[in-house]
Write a protein that binds this ligand. Sequence first.
Ligand code: 13P
Length: 266
Amino acid sequence: MRRFLVAGNWKMHGSKELTAELISGVSRHVLDNARISEQKVLAYDILVCPATPYLQQASTLAEALPIQVGAQNVNANAQGAYTGEVSLSMLSELGCGHVLLGHSERREVFGETDTSIAEKFASCVNGEFDITPVLCIGETLAARQAGETENVVAAQLDAVLDVVGIEGFKDAVIAYEPVWAIGTGETASPEQAQQVHAFIRAKLSGLDAEIADKLRILYGGSVKPGNAEELFAQIDIDGGLIGGASLDVSSFAGICEAAQKLATQA
Ligand code: 13P
């Protein structure tokens, strides 16, 4: 049984004040909820990905809490003359255990390519730092309308598989985020999302069934407390990557509680 992962991508939002408010507020909410439901521990994982300047603060605050901290991007090189970039060793020192890779905003706004994303993924899985890559993939509206969703997602996966092989996915996470559902309020229906998640798992399963079976595939794109449960209830959806709703304590906690509910029901 895969454990749900509820991850918040704060994008370029936040402040010291909001970091403190979100980490303490979310942990208080979810722990209270777990106690009420007589489940003393959380039956799922929580990850928050603040902007780089708040990573140290977030990991210090989260140290004794059931919240993990991740980054939103990394440079594939170990070190060097790469002004403005951050390395895996730096993220490791900042307390990060995960890093988002290839978010559609990185692809669209900052010109990241399948090739550069695969290099970053490889540096995570081949490197000495224990940082789990969260590979973001997903199609645009035009691609979906053209019936190209599976081809797009397969090509995004192949670019990484070509470099690291299926073994590289052993300790990775995938986030399926249809671009048309990001920040638009338009969520993929549970059936639409499940269809793509099943496609991703089947594709990887063809290479290694055990790795594919253990791999967590998150859904991202306008997840809210009101739709989280029906999305996470899908067989191949193992949690969510949450943008806007991760910046509000009760919304993010509400999404987390959907994971707790599903994970603890018989
Ligand atoms: P929204 O939840 O705001 O649609 O953002 C999704 C996302 O991009 C998470 O990485």
